[in-house]
Design a binder for this molecule. Structure first.
Ligand SMILES: [Zn+2]
Ligand SMILES: [Zn+2]
Length: 311
């Protein structure tokens, strides 16, 4: 068991406290939605519970078996190979946040732009609504490889101290989960001037939208820096409410449809591929792409809307 807690008691306790905080406000929100506001689809909650069991229990178990490749241990490996080690001075901490957030942006962007990874990330987006339990709903494969690689190994390889890597991972988990607070509980979630710098529930509602304007925007979980720099920032507009979900028709109360439906449609497309380039295109090009036709990708649909508005 030693390999599971290489950082010692303080970090382990911080991870445990982070999880308790997330579970605590998730359960409180579910109770309020069910018994006070009376606006909760219990089939969706059951689906998210299975998703949470997969990503919260099965995924760590598999991660431990095949690696262990957890974020913290991957960070220790990255730090060993790194040529540079940032310290704990406030300048180093800002550097660490900027580096961590870049890799967070990158892994999340890849999850939306490469169809094979989208199959794994899409369960988080499939429900036609948002609340904290939906925030905990992830495919069990999601944390297996690319979280440890992008959120552990690579930041540490660029010199971020492994302890800071884990601390930022806790921060992004706690704040990132909070971003899923439903509009029944928190109507606006814009947080005034803070929303100019930080991801807020309003920003993350945009991320969960399928509206052409909002789709594939706001990838980060803590600040707006990389979304702003890389052109993926979109603010929630008063005149355009969010339509939650994904473009595929999905039964969001069904664990199997939410967590494996995208794999089924990918499998069908792979079987119908006539050329190797089509086959690999289905695997690695963005969702919505079909041989010779990129007009249904999120980028194309959004560009069409913006072009119409410019005319
Ligand atoms: Zn996403
Ligand atoms: Zn989310």
């Amino acid at each position: 068991m030693e390999a599971l807690s290489p950082f010692g008691g303080t970090i382990d306790r911080a991870v445990a406290i982070g999880l308790v905080v997330v579970m605590g406000y998730t359960i409180i929100e579910l109770l309020v939605l069910q018994f006070w506001i009376r606006k909760l689809d219990l089939r969706v909650v059951r689906m998210t519970l299975l998703g949470f069991l997969g990503s919260g229990l099965l995924s760590p178990a598999l991660t431990w078996l095949v690696g262990p490749l957890s974020v913290g241990i991957a960070a220790l490996v990255g730090a060993k190979l790194s040529l540079f080690q940032a310290g704990m001075h406030w300048v180093d901490l800002i550097y660490s946040l900027v580096v961590y957030e870049f890799f967070y942006w990158l892994q999340h962007w890849l999850g939306h732009k490469i169809r094979l990874i989208w199959c794994i990330h899409s369960p988080h987006h499939a429900p036609a609504g948002i609340h904290m339990a939906i925030g905990t709903n992830h495919h069990f494969l999601e944390g297996l490889v690319y979280f440890p690689l992008f959120l552990g190994f690579l930041p540490a390889l660029l010199g971020v101290d492994p302890v800071i890597v884990v601390a930022l991972n806790i921060l992004d988990t706690v704040w990132g989960s909070y971003l899923h607070l439903s509009s029944e509980i928190l109507r606006e979630g814009r947080y005034g001037w803070l929303g100019r710098f930080m991801q807020t529930p309003a920003h993350h509602r945009v991320h969960h939208a399928k509206n052409p304007r909002y789709v594939d925007r706001n990838y980060n979980s803590i600040t707006l820096l990389w979304d702003w720099l890389l052109g993926t920032l979109e603010r929630l507009r008063d005149d355009e409410p969010v339509e939650y979900g994904i473009t595929r028709a999905v039964d969001d109360g069904s664990y199997w449809d939410v967590h494996f439906g995208e794999f089924v449609t990918l499998y069908r497309d792979l079987r119908s591929a006539e050329h190797a380039s089509d086959f690999f295109g289905h695997l690695f090009r963005p969702p919505g792409w079909h041989p010779g036709d990129a007009s249904q990708t999120a980028e194309a649909i959004r560009a069409e809307l913006l072009a119409l508005e410019r005319d």
